[in-house]
Design a protein around this ligand. Structure first.
Ligand code: FES
Ligand code: FES
Length: 174
């Protein structure tokens, strides 16, 4: 059954942010992207078009990559949200995807980067051995005005190889 929320009043939203319990108050019309940036302080999530086109605001919700500008903050109630701030380890060590981006110069201004990283993280979790075409298709949902995408594609494929190697080592295959 859907819950009726009152316009103009703030509602408590309880969710998990990067593995930790989090709360914040939001009016029913507040976008999740603005909630994350301005109420919760997770400003690593960027906002470009605010209508689902550029991909800059992409976060993971219950594991799936989603546009935070196409969701309301109150819809985050009880969900697991992962943002770019949660990619690196607790000690600040960069994740394989982030390291690959650095190696391949896959960012310039970096505005598009958090959204692309979150999309790729979700994608590689389901497609550990993607071909270049599949990576390019995924990236077609993200606008990058700087890089020409080549470095991003190389970084994604390189990170996928590193993650496969780590998984094989963990499984005792090598
Ligand atoms: Fe959400 Fe552009 S800001 S897709
Ligand atoms: Fe500048 Fe992608 S690095 S928009």
């Amino acid at each position: 059954m859907s819950t009726r929320l009152k316009a103009g009043t703030r509602h408590l939203v309880r969710f998990t942010l990067n593995g930790r319990d989090a709360t914040g108050e939001a009016e029913p019309r507040l976008l999740l992207s603005d909630f994350l940036r301005h109420i919760v302080g997770a400003s690593g999530t960027h906002v470009g078009c605010e209508h689902g086109v550029c991909g800059a605001c992409t976060v993971r919700i219950d594991g799936s990559a989603m546009r935070a500008c196409l969701m309301l903050a109150v819809q985050a109630e009880g969900r697991r949200i992962d943002t770019v701030e949660g990619l690196a380890g607790a000690d600040g060590a960069l994740a394989p995807l982030q390291r690959a981006f650095r190696r391949h110069h896959a960012l310039q201004c970096g505005f598009c980067t958090p959204g692309i990283l979150m999309s790729l993280a979700a994608f590689l979790a389901c497609h550990p051995d993607p071909g270049e075409q599949a990576v390019r298709e995924l990236l077609s949902g993200h606008l990058c005005r700087c890089t020409g995408y080549t470095g991003i594609v190389r970084a994604a494929l390189d990170a996928a190889a590193e993650l496969r190697g780590a998984a094989a080592t963990e499984a005792g295959d090598v």
